[in-house]
Write a protein that binds this ligand. Structure first.
Ligand code: NDP
Ligand code: KPL
Length: 322
């Protein structure tokens, strides 16, 4: 059994912490707020399974960051992409080699971790499990998913180490020798779903019933596929995958819709933002991704919801002004 630190015990961190702890691993939840660490220490971790049954486990939690992580055999990063740099610094301060797993969405998390952590220590996992955090110490498991794991450095054994640790507890772990490709594939799905659900205020499945919006989703995903190609990753059929995920996660409230509803920052910069950045550097026009990036930013500061016709007209006006 291993001692595993989880930096960022929000929805997905709590879900995997529960999987690990219930398989007998020793889990340390690394929080950034004292109130959260206190809630875990006093109430334990509550996991509500897919049938709605609640399970409680005692867990260790700290705001002690690097000092308390000193004993960990491995560290999982489950902060949002814009907080990855802070988590990387905490791991870098350990000053020793420890297997690290980025269990996050978005483009660029592994590169951010690699500023403070040796590349050979870093693995990335992409998961389609769905989880919603409630309060400080409870998580609802909202969709059974699959998890793909790969190392970012060829030849590194770090992904096998993590696959072994997680195989005992998290359902369906698939090792991948092509993790960069998986990261881009997941980004395509997030670009095709997340900003649209957030702007319309709808669950994932509703997008399938929005004829005014489906062409915008397709165009955004095709722009992102062209940018992936510039980055050396050839993808095809991304829109079909988007539609498939909408069907399979029809009742999900996407993470971006949850964020805007709660007045939190979204991960748009690590999705459409990266697409815009790479495209601009290469002189490629990506109006749909630029539109989504700009309007999600507006939505973060001043929440609004649009009808699909309003969204279509807003994009047409935006494009005419470019
Ligand atoms: N939820 C889901 O179903 C899925 C999420 N993902 C991805 O997983 C990642 C995490 O998402 P999710 O769990 O939903 O996000 P949450 O916002 O629920 O959780 C993130 C947590 O990280 C904490 N945090 C941020 N910085 C630090 C730090 N330096 N030290 C300690 N804690 C920190 C936050 O603390 P605070 O409470 O103080 O803000 C918050 O509790 C994202 O990239 C997301 O896209 C992927 C698949 C599914
Ligand atoms: C796959 C999807 C779209 C599921 O909701 C997701 O990853 C998210 O919400 O961030």
């Amino acid at each position: 059994m291993k001692k595993i630190g989880v930096i960022g015990p929000g929805a997905i961190g709590r879900l995997f912490a529960f999987f690990l702890a219930s398989a007998g691993h020793d889990v340390l939840l690394v929080c950034r707020r004292e109130a959260q660490a206190k809630a875990f220490s006093e109430q334990g971790l509550t996991y509500v399974d897919l049938e709605g049954r609640a399970h409680h486990l005692a867990v260790e939690a700290t705001t002690g960051g690097s000092e308390r992580l000193a004993e960990a055999h491995g560290v999982i990063v489950t902060v949002k992409s814009y907080d990855t740099a802070a988590a990387a610094r905490q791991i870098g301060a350990l000053n020793r080699k420890v297997p690290v797993l980025s269990l996050q969405n978005g483009l660029g998390n592994a590169q951010t971790l690699a500023r403070d952590v040796a590349q050979e220590q870093i693995a990335v996992a992409l998961t389609t499990h769905g989880a919603i955090a409630e309060g400080e110490a409870k998580v609802w498991h909202k969709g059974r998913g699959q998890t793909v794991i790969g190392a970012i450095e060829a030849g590194s054994e770090v992904a096998d180490w993590w696959a072994d640790v997680l195989a005992s507890c998290a359902p369906v772990i698939t090792p991948s020798a092509e993790i960069q490709r998986e990261i881009w594939r997941k980004a395509m799905v997030n670009i095709g779903i997340n900003p649209f659900t957030a702007l319309l205020g709808v669950k994932n499945g509703q997008l399938l019933r929005e004829p005014d919006v489906l062409p915008l989703m397709r165009a955004a995903v095709e722009e992102a596929e062209a940018v992936a190609k510039l980055a050396g990753v050839e993808l095809s059929d991304s829109m079909e995958r988007v539609l498939d995920v909408c069907r399979h996660t029809a009742e999900n409230t996407s993470s971006m819709l949850q964020d805007v509803r709660l007045g939190r920052r979204t991960e748009i910069d690590a999705m459409c933002g990266v697409i815009v950045q790479i495209a601009e550097a290469a002189g490629l026009s990506v109006p749909h991704n630029l539109f989504l990036k700009n309007f999600i930013k507006k939505c973060e500061t001043n929440r609004f919801e649009l009808t699909s016709l309003e969204l279509k007209r807003l994009f047409e006006a935006f494009r005419a002004d470019l």
